[in-house]
Design a protein around this ligand. Structure first.
Ligand code: NAI
Length: 300
Protein backbone atom coordinates (compact mmCIF):
# COMPACT_ATOMS: atom_id res chain seq x y z
CA UNK A 1 0.00 0.00 0.00
CA UNK A 2 1.31 3.45 -0.90
CA UNK A 3 2.17 5.57 2.10
CA UNK A 4 0.57 8.98 1.69
CA UNK A 5 1.23 12.23 3.52
CA UNK A 6 -1.81 13.93 1.97
CA UNK A 7 -3.32 16.44 4.38
CA UNK A 8 -0.19 16.51 6.58
CA UNK A 9 1.94 19.56 7.32
CA UNK A 10 5.62 18.85 7.90
CA UNK A 11 8.51 20.98 9.12
CA UNK A 12 11.99 19.84 8.18
CA UNK A 13 14.81 21.83 9.78
CA UNK A 14 18.07 22.22 7.88
CA UNK A 15 16.30 21.20 4.67
CA UNK A 16 18.21 23.50 2.33
CA UNK A 17 20.54 20.65 1.31
CA UNK A 18 21.72 17.12 2.06
CA UNK A 19 19.41 14.82 4.01
CA UNK A 20 16.82 17.48 4.91
CA UNK A 21 16.31 18.37 1.26
CA UNK A 22 15.80 14.67 0.38
CA UNK A 23 13.21 14.33 3.19
CA UNK A 24 11.40 17.53 2.16
CA UNK A 25 11.19 16.50 -1.50
CA UNK A 26 9.91 13.00 -0.71
CA UNK A 27 7.35 14.31 1.79
CA UNK A 28 6.11 16.80 -0.81
CA UNK A 29 6.00 14.11 -3.54
CA UNK A 30 3.76 12.12 -1.23
CA UNK A 31 1.36 14.98 -0.67
CA UNK A 32 2.61 16.76 2.47
CA UNK A 33 2.80 20.53 2.65
CA UNK A 34 6.32 21.27 3.77
CA UNK A 35 8.06 24.05 5.67
CA UNK A 36 11.62 24.02 4.39
CA UNK A 37 13.64 25.54 7.20
CA UNK A 38 17.30 26.43 6.75
CA UNK A 39 19.58 29.16 7.90
CA UNK A 40 21.70 28.48 4.83
CA UNK A 41 25.06 28.78 6.56
CA UNK A 42 28.35 26.99 5.93
CA UNK A 43 29.19 23.58 7.38
CA UNK A 44 30.60 25.20 10.54
CA UNK A 45 27.43 27.25 11.04
CA UNK A 46 28.74 30.60 9.79
CA UNK A 47 26.88 32.79 7.26
CA UNK A 48 23.43 32.71 5.62
CA UNK A 49 21.97 31.94 2.18
CA UNK A 50 18.67 31.29 0.43
CA UNK A 51 19.17 27.48 0.41
CA UNK A 52 15.65 26.91 1.76
CA UNK A 53 14.08 28.97 -1.02
CA UNK A 54 15.78 26.86 -3.69
CA UNK A 55 14.29 23.66 -2.26
CA UNK A 56 10.85 25.30 -2.15
CA UNK A 57 11.28 26.05 -5.87
CA UNK A 58 12.23 22.42 -6.51
CA UNK A 59 9.10 21.28 -4.69
CA UNK A 60 6.94 23.74 -6.64
CA UNK A 61 8.44 22.38 -9.88
CA UNK A 62 7.23 18.89 -8.82
CA UNK A 63 3.75 20.31 -8.29
CA UNK A 64 4.09 20.25 -4.50
CA UNK A 65 3.37 22.87 -1.88
CA UNK A 66 6.06 24.32 0.38
CA UNK A 67 7.17 27.46 2.16
CA UNK A 68 10.65 28.50 3.10
CA UNK A 69 11.80 29.59 6.53
CA UNK A 70 15.21 31.10 7.18
CA UNK A 71 15.00 30.95 10.97
CA UNK A 72 17.65 29.43 13.18
CA UNK A 73 16.73 26.42 15.31
CA UNK A 74 18.65 28.04 18.15
CA UNK A 75 16.18 30.94 18.31
CA UNK A 76 12.95 30.12 20.16
CA UNK A 77 11.17 33.23 18.85
CA UNK A 78 11.99 32.32 15.24
CA UNK A 79 10.85 28.71 15.73
CA UNK A 80 7.58 29.87 17.33
CA UNK A 81 7.02 32.29 14.43
CA UNK A 82 7.69 29.48 11.91
CA UNK A 83 5.14 27.20 13.58
CA UNK A 84 2.58 30.04 13.84
CA UNK A 85 3.06 30.80 10.14
CA UNK A 86 2.55 27.15 9.12
CA UNK A 87 -0.51 26.87 11.35
CA UNK A 88 -2.01 30.06 9.94
CA UNK A 89 -1.41 28.99 6.35
CA UNK A 90 -2.15 25.27 6.56
CA UNK A 91 -4.06 24.79 9.80
CA UNK A 92 -1.64 22.68 11.86
CA UNK A 93 1.73 20.96 12.05
CA UNK A 94 1.76 17.15 12.10
CA UNK A 95 5.39 16.30 11.50
CA UNK A 96 8.68 17.76 12.70
CA UNK A 97 12.00 16.43 11.49
CA UNK A 98 14.85 17.88 13.55
CA UNK A 99 17.67 17.62 11.05
CA UNK A 100 19.61 20.92 11.15
CA UNK A 101 23.22 20.52 12.10
CA UNK A 102 26.77 21.80 11.94
CA UNK A 103 30.25 20.47 12.65
CA UNK A 104 33.17 21.91 14.62
CA UNK A 105 35.44 18.87 14.72
CA UNK A 106 38.62 18.87 16.82
CA UNK A 107 40.17 16.48 19.30
CA UNK A 108 38.92 17.23 22.80
CA UNK A 109 42.42 18.40 23.77
CA UNK A 110 42.28 21.13 21.11
CA UNK A 111 38.57 21.94 21.26
CA UNK A 112 37.64 25.46 22.36
CA UNK A 113 34.68 25.61 24.74
CA UNK A 114 32.99 27.94 22.23
CA UNK A 115 32.98 25.09 19.67
CA UNK A 116 31.65 22.70 22.30
CA UNK A 117 28.80 25.06 23.16
CA UNK A 118 27.85 26.01 19.61
CA UNK A 119 27.55 22.39 18.44
CA UNK A 120 25.47 21.46 21.51
CA UNK A 121 23.39 24.56 20.91
CA UNK A 122 22.50 23.81 17.28
CA UNK A 123 21.92 20.05 17.57
CA UNK A 124 20.63 19.44 21.08
CA UNK A 125 19.17 22.79 22.16
CA UNK A 126 18.02 23.53 18.59
CA UNK A 127 16.05 20.27 18.39
CA UNK A 128 14.51 20.91 21.82
CA UNK A 129 13.60 24.49 20.83
CA UNK A 130 11.93 23.45 17.55
CA UNK A 131 10.16 20.58 19.34
CA UNK A 132 8.95 22.88 22.11
CA UNK A 133 7.50 25.18 19.44
CA UNK A 134 5.25 22.36 18.08
CA UNK A 135 4.65 20.33 21.25
CA UNK A 136 1.55 22.08 22.59
CA UNK A 137 -0.02 22.18 19.13
CA UNK A 138 0.59 18.45 18.64
CA UNK A 139 -0.94 17.72 22.06
CA UNK A 140 -4.01 19.77 21.11
CA UNK A 141 -4.25 18.01 17.74
CA UNK A 142 -3.83 14.63 19.43
CA UNK A 143 -1.40 13.86 16.62
CA UNK A 144 2.28 14.38 16.12
CA UNK A 145 5.29 12.65 14.58
CA UNK A 146 8.73 13.89 15.60
CA UNK A 147 12.08 12.66 14.37
CA UNK A 148 15.41 13.48 16.01
CA UNK A 149 18.69 13.03 14.17
CA UNK A 150 21.47 11.26 16.04
CA UNK A 151 24.62 9.78 14.54
CA UNK A 152 26.98 6.85 14.87
CA UNK A 153 29.30 9.24 16.70
CA UNK A 154 26.65 9.75 19.37
CA UNK A 155 25.95 6.05 19.81
CA UNK A 156 29.47 4.69 19.40
CA UNK A 157 31.98 7.59 19.42
CA UNK A 158 34.38 9.03 16.87
CA UNK A 159 37.74 10.73 17.22
CA UNK A 160 37.47 14.53 17.04
CA UNK A 161 33.72 14.77 17.61
CA UNK A 162 33.24 15.02 21.39
CA UNK A 163 30.86 18.00 21.08
CA UNK A 164 28.87 16.47 18.25
CA UNK A 165 28.73 13.01 19.85
CA UNK A 166 27.50 14.37 23.17
CA UNK A 167 24.75 16.35 21.42
CA UNK A 168 23.73 13.38 19.26
CA UNK A 169 23.41 10.87 22.11
CA UNK A 170 21.54 13.60 23.99
CA UNK A 171 18.99 13.59 21.18
CA UNK A 172 18.47 9.83 21.49
CA UNK A 173 17.88 10.45 25.20
CA UNK A 174 15.45 13.28 24.47
CA UNK A 175 13.55 10.91 22.18
CA UNK A 176 13.09 8.37 24.96
CA UNK A 177 11.43 10.74 27.43
CA UNK A 178 9.37 12.61 24.80
CA UNK A 179 8.10 9.27 23.45
CA UNK A 180 6.83 8.47 26.96
CA UNK A 181 5.34 11.94 27.55
CA UNK A 182 3.81 12.12 24.06
CA UNK A 183 2.23 8.65 24.06
CA UNK A 184 -1.18 9.59 25.40
CA UNK A 185 -1.47 12.44 22.87
CA UNK A 186 -0.64 10.21 19.91
CA UNK A 187 2.74 11.90 19.52
CA UNK A 188 5.33 9.39 18.33
CA UNK A 189 9.00 10.28 18.72
CA UNK A 190 11.91 8.44 17.13
CA UNK A 191 15.58 8.90 16.33
CA UNK A 192 17.28 8.33 13.01
CA UNK A 193 20.98 7.55 12.68
CA UNK A 194 21.78 8.37 9.06
CA UNK A 195 24.84 7.68 6.96
CA UNK A 196 24.85 9.80 3.83
CA UNK A 197 27.09 11.47 1.30
CA UNK A 198 26.52 15.18 1.96
CA UNK A 199 28.72 18.21 2.48
CA UNK A 200 29.16 17.07 6.10
CA UNK A 201 30.84 13.85 4.99
CA UNK A 202 32.30 14.70 1.54
CA UNK A 203 35.88 14.96 2.77
CA UNK A 204 35.62 11.77 4.85
CA UNK A 205 34.36 9.37 2.17
CA UNK A 206 35.96 8.04 -1.05
CA UNK A 207 33.96 9.22 -4.17
CA UNK A 208 32.42 5.79 -5.03
CA UNK A 209 31.17 5.33 -1.45
CA UNK A 210 29.94 8.93 -1.35
CA UNK A 211 27.75 8.11 -4.38
CA UNK A 212 26.35 4.91 -2.84
CA UNK A 213 25.39 6.90 0.24
CA UNK A 214 22.81 9.09 -1.51
CA UNK A 215 20.51 10.88 1.00
CA UNK A 216 17.60 9.45 -1.02
CA UNK A 217 18.44 6.06 0.53
CA UNK A 218 17.91 7.44 4.04
CA UNK A 219 14.61 9.17 3.25
CA UNK A 220 12.46 5.97 3.21
CA UNK A 221 13.35 5.22 6.85
CA UNK A 222 12.92 8.85 7.92
CA UNK A 223 9.51 9.01 6.27
CA UNK A 224 8.39 5.70 7.80
CA UNK A 225 9.35 7.11 11.21
CA UNK A 226 7.08 10.14 10.71
CA UNK A 227 4.23 8.34 8.95
CA UNK A 228 0.88 7.50 10.50
CA UNK A 229 2.11 3.93 11.06
CA UNK A 230 5.32 5.11 12.74
CA UNK A 231 6.56 3.22 15.79
CA UNK A 232 7.65 5.26 18.79
CA UNK A 233 10.79 5.32 20.94
CA UNK A 234 12.97 3.66 18.30
CA UNK A 235 16.53 4.36 17.20
CA UNK A 236 16.85 3.43 13.54
CA UNK A 237 19.96 3.45 11.39
CA UNK A 238 19.79 4.07 7.62
CA UNK A 239 22.38 4.43 4.89
CA UNK A 240 23.06 3.09 1.38
CA UNK A 241 19.86 1.05 1.49
CA UNK A 242 20.83 -0.73 4.75
CA UNK A 243 18.34 -0.28 7.59
CA UNK A 244 18.69 -1.48 11.17
CA UNK A 245 17.72 -0.69 14.76
CA UNK A 246 19.94 0.23 17.72
CA UNK A 247 19.02 -0.40 21.35
CA UNK A 248 20.16 0.75 24.77
CA UNK A 249 20.42 -2.49 26.71
CA UNK A 250 21.11 -3.66 30.24
CA UNK A 251 22.90 -6.87 31.16
CA UNK A 252 21.44 -9.35 33.58
CA UNK A 253 24.11 -8.28 36.05
CA UNK A 254 25.01 -9.68 39.44
CA UNK A 255 23.56 -9.17 42.92
CA UNK A 256 26.56 -9.38 45.20
CA UNK A 257 26.12 -10.59 48.80
CA UNK A 258 26.73 -7.82 51.39
CA UNK A 259 30.25 -8.98 52.24
CA UNK A 260 31.28 -8.83 48.54
CA UNK A 261 30.05 -5.26 47.95
CA UNK A 262 33.58 -3.96 47.82
CA UNK A 263 35.83 -2.72 45.04
CA UNK A 264 37.50 -6.13 45.12
CA UNK A 265 34.10 -7.86 44.94
CA UNK A 266 33.10 -5.87 41.86
CA UNK A 267 36.47 -6.59 40.22
CA UNK A 268 36.09 -10.31 40.94
CA UNK A 269 32.54 -10.37 39.49
CA UNK A 270 33.40 -8.17 36.48
CA UNK A 271 33.02 -10.84 33.79
CA UNK A 272 29.56 -11.73 35.10
CA UNK A 273 28.53 -8.04 35.44
CA UNK A 274 29.24 -7.34 31.76
CA UNK A 275 28.14 -10.73 30.38
CA UNK A 276 25.54 -10.09 27.65
CA UNK A 277 23.63 -13.35 28.05
CA UNK A 278 20.01 -12.50 28.88
CA UNK A 279 20.49 -8.79 28.12
CA UNK A 280 17.27 -6.77 28.04
CA UNK A 281 15.99 -3.46 26.59
CA UNK A 282 14.11 -1.47 29.26
CA UNK A 283 11.34 0.64 27.72
CA UNK A 284 11.58 3.31 30.43
CA UNK A 285 13.49 4.20 33.59
CA UNK A 286 10.88 2.56 35.81
CA UNK A 287 11.37 -0.77 34.04
CA UNK A 288 15.07 -0.49 34.86
CA UNK A 289 14.35 0.22 38.53
CA UNK A 290 11.85 -2.67 38.67
CA UNK A 291 14.49 -5.01 37.24
CA UNK A 292 16.80 -4.01 40.10
CA UNK A 293 13.99 -4.55 42.64
CA UNK A 294 13.14 -7.95 41.17
CA UNK A 295 16.75 -9.07 41.66
CA UNK A 296 16.67 -7.87 45.28
CA UNK A 297 13.51 -9.87 45.88
CA UNK A 298 14.96 -12.93 44.21
CA UNK A 299 18.02 -12.52 46.40
CA UNK A 300 20.60 -13.58 43.81
P1 NAI B 1 24.05 19.37 5.62
O1 NAI B 1 25.13 20.30 6.08
O2 NAI B 1 23.84 19.22 4.16
O3 NAI B 1 22.65 19.74 6.28
C1 NAI B 1 22.51 20.42 7.50
C2 NAI B 1 21.68 21.66 7.24
O4 NAI B 1 21.37 22.30 8.49
C3 NAI B 1 22.42 22.70 6.39
O5 NAI B 1 21.68 22.97 5.21
C4 NAI B 1 22.55 23.90 7.31
O6 NAI B 1 22.45 25.15 6.64
C5 NAI B 1 21.39 23.70 8.27
N1 NAI B 1 21.58 24.42 9.53
C6 NAI B 1 22.72 24.49 10.26
N2 NAI B 1 22.51 25.24 11.36
C7 NAI B 1 21.21 25.63 11.33
C8 NAI B 1 20.39 26.40 12.20
N3 NAI B 1 20.90 26.93 13.31
N4 NAI B 1 19.10 26.60 11.88
C9 NAI B 1 18.58 26.06 10.74
N5 NAI B 1 19.31 25.32 9.87
C10 NAI B 1 20.61 25.11 10.17
O7 NAI B 1 24.39 17.95 6.27
P2 NAI B 1 23.60 16.55 6.33
O8 NAI B 1 24.63 15.51 6.23
O9 NAI B 1 22.46 16.56 5.41
O10 NAI B 1 23.09 16.53 7.86
C11 NAI B 1 21.76 16.51 8.27
C12 NAI B 1 21.69 15.96 9.69
O11 NAI B 1 22.10 14.60 9.69
C13 NAI B 1 22.60 16.69 10.69
O12 NAI B 1 21.94 16.76 11.93
C14 NAI B 1 23.80 15.76 10.79
O13 NAI B 1 24.49 15.91 12.00
C15 NAI B 1 23.11 14.41 10.67
N6 NAI B 1 23.98 13.32 10.30
C16 NAI B 1 24.48 13.21 9.03
C17 NAI B 1 25.28 12.14 8.70
C18 NAI B 1 25.80 11.96 7.33
O14 NAI B 1 26.38 10.88 7.09
N7 NAI B 1 25.64 12.90 6.42
C19 NAI B 1 25.64 11.12 9.69
C20 NAI B 1 25.01 11.29 10.97
C21 NAI B 1 24.23 12.36 11.23
Amino acid sequence: MTVSFEGRVAIVTGAGGGLGRAYALELARRGARVVVNDLGGARDGTGHSDAALKVVEEIAALGGEAMSDGGSVTDAGQMEAMVAHAREKWGGVHILINNAGILRDKSFAKMELADWKLVIDVHLNGSAIATKAVWELMREQNYGRILMTASSTGLYGNFGQANYGAAKLGLAGLTKTLAIEGAKHNIHVNTIVPVAGTRLTEDLLPPEIFKALAPENVAPAALHLVSEAAPTNMIVGAGAGFYHAAYVTMTEGVLLPPDERTVEGVAAAWDRIIDRTGERVPQNGMEHTMAVMARLQKGS
